[in-house]
Design a protein around this ligand. Structure first.
Ligand code: DAH
Length: 364
């Protein structure tokens, strides 16, 4: 504190101030002292020091004036002391050095652009998303289009138009979640149990040639365990044209398996049954865990089932008004989550949904 500021360490009485005019003159002295000090501010550091010396809450000049002048002042001088103090405070707080006033809030809000930034953790793409995109890229190269569709479906698309009328036993292949519909609406809704309903929606809106894949979420009332989720991801594929054969289907699938699992992976087809394909097949690929020698993952068979597939059943064409005598095609549906855990050697499918950052961080 400057020499002449010792006056703020004494009371008005000690200073011999007996009239309001005298009090005002004392404030003028103090202000002149502030102006002198302000005149020698050269940089931010000296500005901060000055500000603290005047506005500091415990020992600042304004604090001392409050304690020594204002509080003990008798009724004759109190108004003058109060007014002088308010004016002085406004004056000091309003003073600017560069862009900054002395007012505490503004100073607190200033940005020091030279400080290092806050480092934010970057997320990674989830393993399932990466797998979906990888599979999409393979089929995009073959000229397939990627389309999406609704996760809440009508039984018509999920079952009927796929050649499963009501009470058809094949509906039991999927343990279905039914969705409550508003009272008064007669129709039932389901969480789609597979992406196959999009076969119907796509064929309804376009004529052959059709070549699409449909990635998306599907839902089943399965009990969760190491290989079952009640929500998982499928990619549906559909190719329909004028003379597509089973050989086209086989070639496409072999290409896919080579691209996705590596050139050494082999493919085999097993006869199966789906209401919407005839003939139907299940596609196995060489177990990537043991390269076909046999292990726990493939139950010692050397093979892993990767998709259901087949030639589109002519009955399905009837639902989309295609001429079953003129067109033919194949369809397939694969479980993406299972492919992901196989490819990346994860032994419990549940970790895909748990969102444990220690797992998520391992995604490349
Ligand atoms: N939708 C079947 C399922 O979820 C999988 C499937 C089988 C899809 C045969 C197809 C197909 O397109 O042709 O189990």
């Amino acid at each position: 504190m400057a020499e002449d500021l010792h006056i703020v360490e004494q009371t008005l009485e000690q200073l011999g101030a007996e009239t309001p005019e005298r009090v005002a003159a004392l404030f003028a002295e103090v202000r002149a002292d502030f102006d002198r000090a302000f005149g020698s501010v050269t940089d931010e550091a000296s500005w901060h020091a000055l500000r603290d010396g005047w506005l500091g809450r415990k020992k600042g000049v304004l604090r001392l004036i409050t304690e020594n002048w204002l509080k003990p002042a008798g009724p004759a001088l109190k108004p003058a002391a109060g007014q002088g103090l308010n004016e002085l405070r406004a004056y000091v707080e309003g003073k600017k050095f560069g862009a900054f006033t002395a007012s505490a809030t503004l100073v607190a809000e200033k940005l020091d652009l030279s400080l290092p930034g806050v480092e934010r953790a970057l997320g990674t793409r989830h393993l399932v998303r990466q797998t979906l995109e990888e599979i999409e890229r393979i089929f995009l190269r073959l000229g397939y289009a990627v389309v999406g569709g609704p996760e809440i479906e009508t039984p018509y698309y999920n079952f009927e138009a796929l050649n499963m009328p009501e009470f058809h036993p094949a509906r039991d292949m999927w343990d279905t979640f039914y969705v409550d519909t508003p009272p008064g609406t007669p129709s039932q809704l389901v969480l789609r149990t597979h992406t196959s309903p999009m076969q119907i929606r796509v064929m309804e809106r376009q004529q052959p040639p059709v070549r699409v894949i449909v990635p998306g979420k599907v839902y089943r009332r399965d009990n969760p365990d190491a290989s079952h989720l009640f929500m998982f991801h499928q990619i549906e594929g559909l190719a329909v044209d004028h003379d597509i054969t089973f050989a086209d289907f086989k070639g496409t699938i072999e290409f896919f398996v080579h691209e996705f699992l590596g050139k050494n992976a082999k493919t085999r087809l097993r006869p199966s049954y789906f209401p919407f394909t005839e003939p139907s097949a299940e596609v196995d690929a060489t177990c990537i865990v043991c390269s076909g020698r046999g292990c726990r993952t493939c139950k010692q068979t050397g093979w892993l089932e990767i998709m259901g597939a087949g030639m589109v059943d002519p009955a399905v064409y009837g639902f989309v008004k295609y001429d079953a005598k003129k067109v033919s095609g194949f369809a397939f549906g694969m479980g993406v989550d299972r492919l992901a855990i196989l490819k990346y050697g994860i032994d419990d499918i549940q970790v895909l949904l748990q969102n444990d950052v220690r797992f998520l961080r391992q995604s490349p």
